[in-house]
Design a protein around this ligand. Structure first.
Ligand SMILES: *[C@@H]1O[C@H](CO)[C@@H](O)[C@H](O)[C@H]1NC(C)=O
Length: 256
């Protein structure tokens, strides 16, 4: 009984980071591992953990997944998706839920893009080899990750990376989380497109104004919330544990 009371109390403060920078609230967009307005394609077998959805475009814009319609026609399945596949032309309530989720995705993008007072405006558009503590980082440029990037902080810290241009990760580079940092607390607000190179490993929530392209063997621990097309190629996309999952884990720690 005590445990449930504690979970409820933690739930009430879930949207505020202990470190001061408030987390970006994804609302229902946070129910999807991949959400796109223009389509999701995979050129070779990918592995997605979490639901995926497209809206306002129809299911024909989901390609390479060999979809099987559920008998309800509310969702479809794919051997490449551990979760459900949703499209705007599926049966109710799918269309209305997707419309809300797309709106939430765009609200989250605007929230992230509008945060004031970055702790660092001076770092260049090159994050290679850096170790970054929590906070807001802003770039009036594109940003590249040509070598490894380390993100260092606790499970309650928040990172927001704002950029007006594109985010590109070179082949076989990796974003590494240390100190307990969580992918669900890392937001990349990208004014252009995202490209994750062959074999590269990205972490965090990608809020992307245009497209997201994941090259062969790339990995994301996070979410792709893109306003145009998502292109995968033998990619692995795994949604992070939800806030409630994280709170349950923290509660378990507290109770031990
Ligand atoms: C990670 O952050 C902690 C707390 O600020 C700091 O003590 C530690 O040196 C940092 N680790 C690295 C590798 O920068």
């Amino acid at each position: 009984m005590t445990k449930f009371v504690l979970i409820a109390a933690l739930g009430a403060i879930a949207s505020v980071s202990a470190a001061g920078l408030e987390a970006v609230n994804l609302r229902t967009a946070g129910n999807y591992a991949i959400l796109s307005k223009a389509g999701i394609s995979t050129g070779a077998t990918s592995a997605i953990t979490g639901d995926i959805g497209v809206s306002p475009i129809a299911a024909t814009a989901i390609t390479g997944f060999s979809l099987t319609a559920d008998s309800t026609n509310v969702f479809a399945t794919s051997t490449q998706v551990t979760g459900k596949v949703y499209a705007d032309d599926y049966h109710p309530p799918t269309k209305s839920e997707l419309t809300v989720a797309i709106g939430d995705m765009q609200t989250a993008y605007k929230d992230a893009a509008g945060r004031p007072d970055p702790i660092d405006l001076k770092i260049s558009g090159d994050l290679g080899g850096q170790t970054l503590g929590p906070g807001l980082y802003a770039f009036f440029s594109s940003v590249k990750i040509p070598t490894g990037l380390t993100i260092n902080g606790s499970a309650t810290d928040t990172w927001i990376f704002q950029m007006s241009g594109d985010l590109t990760m070179a082949a076989n580079t990796k974003v590494t989380l240390i100190g307990g940092a969580l992918a669900s607390n890392i937001v990349w607000q990208v004014g252009g497109y995202v490209e994750v190179g062959t074999g590269a490993h990205m972490e965090g929530i990608l809020l992307v104004k245009t497209a997201a392209k994941f090259l062969t063997g790339s990995i994301l621990n996070g979410r792709i919330l893109a306003q145009t097309a998502v292109t995968l190629q033998s990619s692995t996309v795994t949604q992070p544990a939800t806030d409630s999952g994280r709170l349950l884990a923290q509660t378990a720690d507290i109770l031990v």
